[in-house]
Design a protein around this ligand. Structure first.
Ligand code: GLV
Length: 346
């Protein structure tokens, strides 16, 4: 192929950030948020050399079947359960994510949800807006303190660690469970102690989920796990829908078997389980934990860097910074060629 390679961007991002692609690529960015059918997605992917996509683009063997030119899918998210990595690797298509740049914003939001549900902010605001506030009740809207309580974290990657580091400011002790215990230096820095999952469920006054969705983690919190938690506990999910069994959670909240929950992610989102919508002791949030100006710009920049680098340009030329399946390079080598040959693209 001669001429500039093509980049397709599935959703509106930040024009000044993606402008860095323009000297090297023909860029086609969707002007508005669009829900693509599998066939629509397949057609878009067949017509580009690189794609920058979001979580709502679910990409597997069917969507890449005709994507002969496609070399990289840069996911605008740290999670990548929307991508069938084995299928991409088999086709020699690289995938990248936005690791690390969103850790602090997501950790902040986990705390916003935790505190918001501890202090019943959603329900109190709905009550005020509905015109019920005619005088302040001394015992009205009593919530939970964090001080002296135990924060449990399930999934202690970089986001879990950022959540843990904030706990000292709230006077909380931290326990965590992870596939494996972290090195002692990280545990010390986070002031967090490894426990097994039953102990995590039993000890947590606030349990925050920060693990990726996988076959192993699907319904990691279901009826049995909820039954092991304290009835006074609060559950926060900033990880992925599907990690919590939403129907079981709604039943536990309705039955007083759990005090409250705050959810940024849902099974089958943007649909939300109807039983959750009925409850006042759950905060429902539309998957926005990383949604700050700075972080969404940084995520876009990282996707751009991954694409640029694969084609031999930009600050990471030749070394895409966050590849998920570098082994795909063994199936098809990288498309860049030495600059001194004077050819832009093979
Ligand atoms: C958001 O959910 C992400 O994975 O970045």
């Amino acid at each position: 192929m001669t001429g500039k390679p093509r980049v397709w961007i599935s959703r509106p991002t930040f024009p000044d950030v993606v402008a860095r692609l323009e000297p090297h690529f023909v860029v086609a960015a969707e002007p508005e948020e669009t829900v693509f059918t599998a066939a629509g997605l397949a057609a878009k992917l067949a017509a580009c050399d690189a794609a920058i996509v979001g979580l709502k683009e679910r990409i597997g063997a069917q969507e890449i079947a005709a994507a002969a030119r496609l070399r990289i899918i840069a996911n605008l998210a740290v999670g990548f359960d929307n991508l069938d990595l084995p299928a991409l690797t088999a086709a020699g298509i690289l995938a990248s994510n936005t690791a690390d740049v969103l850790n602090e914003s997501v950790a902040d939001y986990a705390w916003a949800l935790l505190l918001g549900s501890a202090r019943r902010m959603g329900a109190a605001e709905r009550w005020l807006r509905a015109g019920h506030w005619h005088g302040t009740g001394f015992k009205a809207w009593l919530g939970l303190d964090t001080r002296g309580r135990t924060l449990g974290i399930l999934g202690m990657g970089r986001i879990g660690q950022a959540i843990a580091r904030r706990a000292a400011g709230f006077g909380m002790q931290v326990v965590y469970h992870n596939r494996s215990a972290l090195p002692r230096t990280i545990e010390d820095e986070c002031a967090a102690r490894y426990v097994d999952k039953p102990a995590l469920l039993a000890q947590s006054d606030f349990l925050v989920l920060a693990l990726p969705l996988s076959d192993e983690s699907r319904h990691a919190i279901g009826a049995a796990e909820l039954a092991r938690m304290k009835p006074t506990a609060v559950l926060v999910n900033i990880a992925r829908g599907g990690i919590v069994d939403d129907a079981a959670l709604a039943a536990a909240l309705a039955g007083g078997r759990l005090a409250a929950a705050a959810l940024d992610v849902f099974e089958g989102e943007p649909d939300v389980h109807p039983a959750l919508r009925e409850l006042d002791n759950v905060i429902l949030s539309p998957h926005i934990a990383s949604a700050t100006w700075d972080t969404r710009r940084a995520m876009t920049a990282m996707a751009v860097d991954n694409v640029l680098a694969l084609f031999g340009h930009g600050p990471h030329a030749g070394r895409p910074p966050s590849l998920l399946n570098p082994e795909a390079l063994a199936t098809r080598p990288a498309p860049w060629i030495p600059q001194d040959k004077g050819i832009e693209h093979p």
